[in-house]
Design a protein around this ligand. Structure first.
Ligand code: TXA
Ligand code: MG
Length: 342
């Protein structure tokens, strides 16, 4: 059921449902979250069940106001406070030492907890209404592209959740940047809506997880699982002559329809797109935030058209390009593998 939170009745329904331990999906500036009362372990367990999510993959707690953080952590380090002041509400998640109030169900048994304040007025009103932090992973079935529209959530969960709050299209389109501030220097566990450059401008140098093969660097447990993938295999277009690569591939005996998620630049080089090629425009190569905003919706479109294979552009890994390419790397194969497969 899609809810309009400006309507009093719908607002009260959502608050009551959450207080009873049921699931309500909520909009944020990054992607839609699948919300449960974050202090009710049974409610949080329902999130794992509904998503088909492994129980060692912890949840983020969403707060509406900064003072709520004091209940959830035993310590907010200086750098954490500086980041919170600079970027909250916004697409940043802080990993902190957890307090006794936070259940193992939320943390997947870790002694840290992930907290974020979303930049969405409706959702912060909902959190205040419930009077508790909301646990909320992305509101997609595990492994599928994250939802950036209320319809995406309805598609994945339908009547299996109590409702989804209509909040329109998510502005950022990729998930929050996760920064572990329990270690020094802090570690970016997942690139996201706040670019690394902006974080370093506030707290100085940080380490990127995954770039170092070192057991002392913590990892986001979720990063080891298959992610974001549509049904068809996706192949990356890299380097020069991208349109040519697509044209050559299309001239072979490829099952149709195929899908392309490409930039303005590649689209221009490609010229006319054949009818049995489903095209999703990802904006300019020089503006990766445009691609970030459109990525998940494009992938879900490809599923809806049941395309047989997908070709996707690639961006430079600066600014939001780092988060965009992190998602693309996880869901795609290199072009060479396409050639070898056939
Ligand atoms: O933008 C977002 O962050 C969205 C919206 C809904 O807020 N949420 C989101 O949640 O992306 P989810 O569950 O799809 O991803 C959360 C990630 C997972 O990779 C998980 O492993 C990691 O955060 N995580 C959660 N708690 C953690 C902790 N204590 N330590 C390290 N990683 C943690
Ligand atoms: Mg997710």
């Amino acid at each position: 059921m899609i809810l309009d939170i400006d309507n009093d009745e719908d607002f009260r329904f959502a608050v009551e449902a959450l207080r009873e331990g049921r699931l309500i999906a909520f909009p944020t500036e990054t992607v839609y979250g699948l919300g449960a009362d974050g202090l009710n372990p049974d409610a949080c367990r329902r999130i794992y069940e509904a998503k088909g999510r492994p129980s060692d993959n912890p949840l983020i707690l969403h707060i509406a106001d900064l003072d709520e953080i004091e209940n959830l952590t035993i310590e907010l380090p200086d750098k954490g406070r500086q980041l919170a002041e600079a970027f909250w509400p916004g697409p940043l998640t802080l990993v902190l030492e957890r307090s006794a109030l936070v259940s193992d169900v939320v943390t997947g048994g870790l002694d840290t907890v992930a907290v974020r304040m979303p930049d969405n007025e409706l959702t912060r009103r909902l959190i205040r209404g419930v009077g508790r932090p909301l646990a909320g992973p992305s509101a997609n079935v595990s492994g599928k592209p994250s939802p950036t529209l209320a319809q995406h959530v309805a598609h994945d969960f339908g009547e299996r959740i109590a409702g989804v709050i209509e909040g329109g299209a998510c502005q950022v389109g990729v998930e929050s940047t996760i920064v572990d501030v329990t270690v020094e220097p802090p570690v970016i566990l997942r690139p996201g809506g706040i670019p690394r450059e902006a974080i370093e401008a506030v707290i100085g140098a940080v380490v990127m997880a995954g770039k170092v093969d070192d057991d002392s660097v913590p990892k986001a447990p979720g990063m080891k699982y298959r992610h974001y993938a549509p049904q068809a295999a996706v192949y990356r277009l890299e380097g020069a002559h991208r349109a040519e690569k697509i044209r050559t591939r299309l001239s072979e005996q490829v099952e149709r329809p195929v899908g392309i998620l490409i930039s303005n630049e590649t689209l221009e080089q490609l010229g006319i797109v054949p009818e049995d090629v489903i095209c999703w425009n990802m904006g300019r190569l020089s503006h990766p935030e445009e691609g970030a905003k459109r990525l998940f919706e494009g992938l879900r479109r490809m599923d809806a058209f049941q395309v047989r294979e997908i070709y996707i552009d690639t961006w430079e890994r600066t600014g939001l390009g780092e988060a965009l390419m992190n998602r693309i790397d996880k869901l795609s194969l290199s072009w060479d593998e396409l050639v070898l497969n056939k």
